[in-house]
Design a protein around this ligand. Structure first.
Ligand code: MN
Length: 573
């Protein structure tokens, strides 16, 4: 059976028919022989398409090869050792990374959990190229989602929308992020999608016609003022983001000014501002809608000038003005910096703006960028592609699928206390990935942790020696203090014991207890030691009484009985 290769992959192999890429393609075709996609196509069309996308993104050969092999270890008889022997440790590492991520099961979660899930994917990836492969994989799966069972469609679409599209966005890959959201939208909101596709095309059509008519006027202004080497195109707003905006604007499509925007791409930053000035000189801008993302890039590195103006016939138009380089970076983000050609032709010119903003967890990307710009060899760059910003954190999963973010070296006890202090206090054993482990077992990212509990169990003091989180330590100490209190409470005097030395007679004991009972005090124990009637006996009476004053009163009353020679009382536990 012959498999036709995607275009870019075919070209790359033509250039080097004896190369490793060709070996990888043949290897994948053989490994996936007989397997089919849900669409009925040979399975290998999927990994080949992933490889094609990675070539399109300009990634290096190990990444492309790993993309082509990404499903072999999980879905065929091929082992990781086979991959390593034939394609080297780098490729094997990347394939293993993708396999690990595929094991994370998404079951839908609240926003904080989703964020942890994204972090966990990055932490498990250990190398940004693993994330690229996963994004290319997801892109193709979303493009072919129609063939999958409806229930699964919804789950994969939700995971794409909540995990992978935001991940791509954080990496500055707007094109991929937007594509993923658009592909997920019809599965997540079928009714809304149907409404949009019925309503919007007409609006789009009208807008584009208007802008086409307006375009020569803009070209004339730019040409007459010395701006050359520009291109103008139209950017139609994506359905998924249009829908979000419509919800915020009472579903009134006339309020969406950037339904279709006019995009001017120029050859220098100076010309960006030049073009902006010219547009404003001819068309009055709407106040408060001029955005300079060149001077102040978005946190994910996006750079462009945006403005909204009154065009001819007082129609509102949005302009986006940027250089080609900015445009390329805006669409492809971090991938734009990982260009295949860097391997051959050295280092690209610096892009000082991208990713220089403080990012919360993509800060490390900046460091890579600096490494790339500082002229290091590809091998050194490779080292810098390792995801290190989570090297101090691990992400473990609860049986319900929640992700728990912990410091590295954290144990099941830390995990239990992080979930809930009661879970920590009553924890007796732990299972990691289905196997029993010691409570001081160091967890690693991706571990599924199950805590076994016992009611009324108390934490052990030994735990303080191995827990890694301050919160677990504090809670253990609190619980131990509580335990001490409970102990002392047990031994704290609750009762009063009266010790009477008496000359015994018949009915004496009854008279004594009657006096105590009249004071509404409950007697819990009576013991009498002695030889019998007429001789000296010792009687001990224990009763529910802690009030010493009251005990004195009772003793005084009892003393009125002439047979009582001596009486003492004391508090007992
Ligand atoms: Mn796949």
């Amino acid at each position: 059976m012959s498999i036709s290769l995607p275009q870019k992959l075919a070209v790359a192999i033509q250039k080097n028919p004896e190369g490793l890429l060709k070996t990888a393609v043949d290897f994948a075709i053989r490994a996936h022989t007989g397997q089919k996609r849900k669409s009925g196509e040979p399975y290998v069309t999927h990994p080949l398409q992933v490889g094609e996308t990675l070539i399109h993104w300009g990634l290096d050969e190990p990444t492309i090869i790993a993309g082509i092999l990404h499903d072999t270890v999980e879905d065929t008889t091929v082992t990781l050792e086979d991959v390593e022997r034939l394609f080297g440790t780098d490729v094997a590492f990347l394939v293993n990374g993708v396999t690990k991520i595929s094991k994370i099961k998404y079951r839908g979660a609240v926003e904080a959990q989703v964020e942890n899930l994204r972090k966990m994917i990055l932490a498990l990836s250990q190398d940004i190229r693993v994330v690229f492969i996963k994004l290319a994989d997801r892109l193709h799966n979303m493009n072919t989602l129609g063939a999958v069972a409806p229930q699964k469609q919804k789950r994969i679409a939700a995971e794409t929308d909540e995990i992978y599209a935001p991940l791509a966005y954080r990496l500055g890959m707007h094109q991929v992020s937007g594509d993923l959201q658009d592909l997920a939208f019809p599965y997540l909101k079928p009714k809304e999608y149907a409404w949009l596709t019925k309503t919007v095309p007409e609006q789009y059509e009208a807008r584009i016609q208007y802008l086409e008519a307006f375009k020569p006027e803009v070209e004339k202004i730019l040409n007459e003022n010395g701006i050359q080497n520009y291109t103008i195109d139209f950017r139609a707003k994506r359905y998924s983001s249009l829908y979000k905006k419509l919800v915020a604007h009472d579903m009134d499509i006339s309020k969406i000014y950037d339904l279709v925007a006019m995009r001017i791409i120029v050859d220098s930053t100076a010309n960006c501002y030049g073009a902006l000035g010219l547009i404003h000189a001819h068309y009055p801008p709407l106040p408060g809608r001029i955005k300079d993302y060149i001077a102040m890039p978005k946190p994910n590195g996006y750079r462009s000038l945006h403005t909204t103006v009154f065009g001819p016939e007082k129609t509102i138009i949005e302009f986006q003005i940027r250089t080609r380089e900015m445009h390329e970076e805006n669409e492809n983000g971090i991938a734009a910096h990982w260009l295949y050609k860097q391997k051959q032709s050295g280092i690209k010119s610096p892009h000082p703006h991208i990713l220089t903003q403080e990012l919360t967890w993509v800060q490390q990307l900046k460091t890579w960028q600096e490494h790339i710009e500082s002229g290091k060899s590809p091998d050194e760059i490779l080292d810098t592609m390792k995801i290190e910003f989570f090297k101090d954190r691990i992400f473990a999963i609860t049986p319900a699928g929640d992700v728990i973010d912990l410091p590295s070296g954290a144990t099941p006890v830390d995990f239990a206390y992080h979930v809930h202090s009661v879970l920590g206090n009553t924890c007796v054993a732990a299972k990691v990935n289905g196997k029993f482990v010691a409570l001081n077992y160091p967890l690693v990212s991706g571990d599924l942790v199950e805590i076994l509990t016992q009611k009324n169990k108390m934490p052990s003091e030994d735990w303080l020696e191995f827990v890694k989180t301050a919160s677990a330590r504090d809670r253990i100490r609190t619980a131990l203090r509580g335990k001490e209190n409970a102990l002392t409470k047990k031994h704290r005097p609750q009762k009063t014991e009266f010790k009477l030395t008496v000359i015994s007679r018949v009915g004496l004991l009854k008279d004594i207890t009657a006096i105590i009972a009249r004071s509404h005090i409950n007697i819990t124990d009576v013991t009498s030691v002695g030889a019998g009637t007429g001789v000296s006996n010792v009687i001990k009476i224990v009763c529910d009484l802690t009030d010493t004053e009251k005990a004195v009163k009772i003793a005084t009353k009892l003393k009125q009985l002439k047979e009582i020679r001596e009486i003492t009382h004391r508090l007992v536990a």
